[in-house]
Design a protein around this ligand. Structure first.
Ligand code: IMP
Ligand code: MG
Length: 180
């Protein structure tokens, strides 16, 4: 199946069922690593909203939730800068923090945000990303600790991923058709 936004065609890339398997897989790895702990999940809005709610419900241990709104993309490409339009209000000192991100691309967002968080002295800090594009990574420290799936360089929408704020509500993930 395919969908069209802003004159561009996107083909189904990861089905809703496959996404749920990826989420369960990430949750299982986190559950193993955080046994006996009560992690604080920080949802990076808005992209990671859907992943965060599904991931949190799949975690067996007590955990808490906070959010931050970071933006680095305009349309289908990165602006190269991170805008913090809703700062993090939670106190993270001495907490086991897991940042929940939709996708790590060049790593600009996570490189920036991890520095912001480390300055606030969490007990531990890890990043869970539903997707990552390893070929595009420019900051080694932005590499996620948990990844649902590594993908090639593609622009994706659906399940939280947007094109200029649209398409987040598609249940599957779609990839931009090359030369389409
Ligand atoms: P980075 O800062 O270069 O790693 O880019 C990561 C951010 O850009 C993510 O938080 C997403 O919001 C956005 N982004 C990167 N790739 C895509 C994509 O393929 N579709 C939608 N958003 C993306
Ligand atoms: Mg984002």
């Amino acid at each position: 199946m395919s969908v069209t936004y802003e004159g561009m065609t996107f083909d189904e890339f990861i089905s809703a069922e496959e996404i749920q398997q990826m989420v369960q897989d990430v949750a299982r790895r986190i559950a193993e690593d955080y046994a006996g702990k009560q992690p604080l999940l920080i949802c990076v809005l808005h992209g990671a909203m859907f992943f965060t709610t599904d991931l949190m419900r799949a975690l067996p241990m007590d955990c808490t939730l906070a959010s931050v709104h970071l933006q680095s993309y305009d349309g289908t490409s990165s602006t190269g800068q991170v805008r913090e339009s809703k700062p993090l209000e939670a106190d993270i000192r001495d907490k086991d923090v897991i940042v929940v991100e939709d996708i790590v691309d060049a790593g600009i967002t996570m490189h920036y945000f991890k520095q912001v968080l480390m300055a606030r002295q969490p007990r531990s800090l890890k990043v869970a990303a539903l997707l990552s594009k390893p070929s595009e990574l420019k900051f080694e420290d932005a590499k996620p600790d948990y990844v649902g799936r590594e993908i090639p360089k593609k622009f994706v929408i659906g399940y939280g991923f947007d094109i200029n704020e649209y398409a987040r509500n598609l249940p599957s993930i779609y990839a931009l058709r090359e030369n389409g």
